[in-house]
Design a protein around this ligand. Structure first.
Ligand code: S3P
Length: 172
């Protein structure tokens, strides 16, 4: 089995957490969801931090959390928050730790449907459709920098993505 750790990136609502959980289950390893990791450490969700202290403060917390997750946790699969991969320092950390970065490239409509239907997850970076769509476009260049791109469709179950991903891992 390929020993490299996997870091899952992509826009809000593309399915990062679901795919990371399914992949970890398939590989029989631990996974870290960076947003949950931050919530546990800080006692506040990423949304609360952004709303109370601003995005810049959140990004600092996020980078520190990513560093600790990479250094201290034995998780082999890490799901990032949607903005984390757009920060150069975070991409450098992932590269330094020799993780395989995987972009879940889901169409905007799929992401947006999930953003508006997941009432439990507040997303201050996507307060309305226009802002979310602009951010989606802006971020694509950064997501392209991931080593592997998996095209997500409305109909594909996470398990299918995981089979594709696990197969790619074996071939790498
Ligand atoms: C963010 C995405 C969120 C969370 C925070 C900021 C972003 O994670 O980290 O609200 O900037 O895209 P998800 O992608 O899991 O929603």
């Amino acid at each position: 089995m390929n020993p490299r750790r996997v870091v899952i990136v992509g826009f809000m609502g593309c399915g990062k957490t679901t795919v990371a959980q399914a992949l970890a289950q398939r590989l029989g390893c631990a996974m870290v969801d960076l947003d949950s990791f931050i919530t546990d450490r800080e006692g506040r969700t990423p949304a609360e931090i952004i709303e109370q202290d601003g995005e810049a403060v959140f990004r600092e917390i996020e980078t520190a959390a990513l560093r600790d997750a990479l250094e201290d946790s034995d998780a082999r699969v890490i799901a990032l928050g949607g903005g984390a991969w757009t920060i150069e320092a975070n991409r450098a950390l992932v590269a330094e730790h020799d993780c395989l970065s995987v972009w879940l490239d889901a169409p905007f409509e799929l992401c947006w449907d999930r953003i508006i239907s997941s009432a439990n997850t507040i997303r201050p970076m996507a307060p309305d459709r226009e802002i979310a769509q602009n951010l989606f476009q802006e971020r694509r260049d950064s997501y392209e920098l991931a080593q592997l791109r998996l095209v997500m469709s409305k109909t594909a179950a996470p398990e299918e993505t995981v089979v594709e991903l696990a197969t790619s891992l074996l071939l790498l």
